[in-house]
Design a protein around this ligand. Structure first.
Ligand SMILES: [Zn+2]
Length: 280
């Protein structure tokens, strides 16, 4: 990336997977060297930042890992508040900036005909679900130095988009938690590829998501692949982008075969769609 001389010590933010150019947004004279682009600064967004190497970065008071080259990421949840506070200090000076997080509108999705045990689990099933959620949380808590968080990502499989991030779900007529991933309709047995390089943090058969793989890409960024008919990787294995990790299917809570792709920044689920190439 070519950085204009006046922003050498600057902070640049742009959406991952988008052109990473300095924002045309006017910079207040008082904001010494700080430049922020609007991409990724939205509910469900993942913003890729660039600070001077050696800088320290914090979002709303929480330290954020900064790579040796100064890159870092920030994730914003579906219901993120309209303001966030970014603090940067280091060789380029210190600065705190209030970020505006764009609001988004969410769809409503109705799913009917699900087995009642999937919509209203009993006590035994709830205990299993909670134990599995702890494993998922542990996989997502990893703050490794791996550099794959900043690479352009690739589609894990291609197909009709049958469910989008953020939609309010009404299962068998009952309002439930929002859908925090992207559903790609694919016939059972379709190869499923890693959207980016990384390491396998979880490979298991889970109650809701069936055969599930979670990959860590570094700096708290993970991708989750659910409802697989087959898993071809083991926990702890290194994977490269595009490598087959399994095959899509219809295991877990589904109404038909598809790949559910989830992307998270630590515990914050972000929208996978803006991270993937636009071309169909
Ligand atoms: Zn889904």
């Amino acid at each position: 990336m070519t950085v204009p001389r006046r922003t050498l010590a600057a902070l640049l933010l742009a959406g991952a997977g988008c052109a990473r150019q300095p924002s045309a947004e006017a910079q207040p004279a008082a904001a010494r060297g700080l430049s922020i682009g609007p991409e990724g600064l939205a509910q469900g967004g993942l913003a890729l930042g660039q600070a001077a190497p050696g800088s320290r970065v914090a979002l709303d008071g929480n330290p954020v890992r900064v790579a040796p080259d100064g890159r870092f990421i920030l994730g914003f949840g579906r219901d993120a508040p309209p303001r966030a506070r970014l603090a940067v200090s280091g060789p380029g000076g210190s600065e705190t900036r209030e970020l505006s997080i764009a609001r988004r509108e969410w769809d409503v999705q109705r799913l009917n005909g699900l087995p009642s045990a999937m919509v209203s689990p009993n006590a035994e099933q709830l205990a299993r679900i909670q134990a599995e959620q702890r494993r998922i949380n542990a996989a997502r808590a990893d703050d490794s130095e791996m550099p794959f968080f900043a690479e352009p990502f690739a589609w894990p499989a291609r197909g009709r988009i049958s469910g989008v991030y953020g939609s309010q779900r009404i299962l068998n007529g009952e309002p439930r938690a929002a859908h925090l991933g992207l559903d790609i309709a694919t016939p059972t047995g379709t190869p499923c590829a890693a959207m980016g390089g990384g390491r396998v943090a979880l490979a298991a058969d889970l109650y809701f998501t069936g055969n599930t793989v979670i990959l860590q890409h570094g700096h708290g960024l993970t991708s989750l692949y659910a409802h697989l008919s087959a898993i071809d990787v083991a926990e702890g294995a290194a994977v490269r982008q595009g490598q087959r990790i399994g095959a899509t299917g219809a295991t877990g809570r589904v109404t038909g075969p598809h790949l559910h792709l989830g992307v998270s920044w630590f515990a914050v689920a972000v929208d996978p769609r803006p991270l993937l190439p636009a071309a169909a």
